[in-house]
Design a protein around this ligand. Structure first.
Ligand code: ADP
Ligand code: MG
Length: 348
């Protein structure tokens, strides 16, 4: 590993680190990721407590290519963080520093840590609490998607809670900006939260790829997990788990789901319906039906129409008929907005 690869344009390699240490005093470790360590840190002048994610980019454990990959991924992460800061449910990047061996990202400190740990402590959450967390999460996701950003790693470990218990979405390490109409093919994320199309396109090179909907799938997995206390797709053999995902096979099993309301089951169902539509669409495309036809007028395809009608009536039956703004077509939009509407149903 030569220094030149990592050194910034004109600054000597240690400047970024020196600036960081001059301004902040790093304290104990509060979290770890694959190639990062997160520490509480204190702003030396103001005494403000913050969190610093320290990404190590030294040659000891990695090849030159891996190092370059980690570095460019982190720079991309910084770019996305700068694009999304300002939303109340998204973590704020306060500062960043770069040296040859480390990159430092300074964030607001989320004192209550990961939603994952909170759930482990509580085992399951009430529908009421789930509703407000999911609302905040979906609003954050809607905000990202409106800026053409796909998160790609939504999971309770990457959802943090501040000292008032308010949710902040974090870890934009896999996030990318995806212009409308473009698709992704890269297999990335965390196994239990992967959408079927991510898996499928990695196995089939004729597959058209995936888009921002994969975040909605992960939101559904999170919603299920918060209420049931365990994830919908899990098997100790990972291949079998992946197969469950690709088939959209999960259950509202007893006793986890015994006292859950129909509305919340329906909300989880929305996501699998959306997934079914996508999968069925692809199946239909093997016949003369084209993707364009599906995208333009999915309701004209008989099988899909029947599926939608049945599900739409179950989910939205009481207001599909009355509203002009809200109708079955909304089911095709497949955005965070739909999930938010579902949450409104829960609130009603
Ligand atoms: P990675 O990309 O390596 O997974 P994350 O950004 O997810 O890194 O951070 C790893 C862990 O560090 C998180 O899961 C969380 O436990 C902790 N963490 C990250 N940012 C903060 C923060 N701002 N406040 C408190 N803890 C944090
Ligand atoms: Mg993480």
């Amino acid at each position: 590993m030569t220094k030149d690869i990592l050194v910034g344009d004109e600054l000597p390699d240690w400047v970024g680190a020196k600036e960081f240490y001059q301004k902040y005093d790093p304290k104990e470790v509060i979290g770890r990721g694959v190639s990062s360590v997160v520490r509480r840190c204190v702003h030396r002048h103001t005494g403000q407590e913050l969190a610093v994610k320290i990404i190590e980019i030294t040659a000891e454990k990695m090849t030159a290519e891996q190092l370059e990959e980690v570095k460019s991924a982190t720079l991309k992460e910084i770019q996305v963080l700068n694009m999304v800061k300002g939303h109340s449910s998204i973590i704020t990047l306060i500062d960043s520093y770069e040296s040859t061996t480390f990159i430092f990202l300074v964030f607001d400190l989320m004192r209550r840590g990961e939603l994952f740990d909170y759930l482990t402590e509580k085992v399951t959450l009430s529908e009421k609490e789930t509703r407000s967390l999911m609302r905040a999460l979906l609003e954050a996701v809607q905000y990202l998607h409106s800026r053409n950003i796909v998160h790609r790693d939504l999971k309770p470990e990457n959802i943090l809670l501040d000292d008032q218990g308010l949710l902040k979405l974090s870890d934009f390490g896999f996030s990318v900006q995806l212009p409308p109409g473009q698709k992704l093919r890269e297999l990335c994320g965390t196994p239990g939260y992967l959408a079927p199309e991510i898996l499928k396109c990695s196995m089939d090179e004729t597959h058209p790829g995936y888009g921002q909907e994969v975040d909605l799938w992960a939101c559904g997995v999170i919603l299920y997990t918060l209420l049931a206390g365990s994830p919908p797709f899990w098997h100790r053999k990972q291949m079998l788990m992946l197969r469950m995902i690709m088939e959209g096979r999960y259950q509202f099993s007893s006793p986890d789901w015994d006292d859950r309301s129909d509305t919340v089951r329906d909300l989880v169902l929305i996501l699998s319906v959306l997934a079914c539509i996508r999968m069925y669409g692809r199946y239909r495309r093997l016949r003369p039906l084209t993707r364009e036809v599906l995208a333009r007028d999915p309701y004209s395809v008989r099988g899909i129409r029947r599926l939608i009608d049945g599900c739409a009536f179950r989910i939205y039956g009481h207001w599909v008929k009355k509203g002009e703004q809200q109708n079955r077509a909304a089911l095709f939009q497949n955005t965070a907005k739909i999930m938010l509407l579902g949450l409104e149903e829960l609130e009603a």
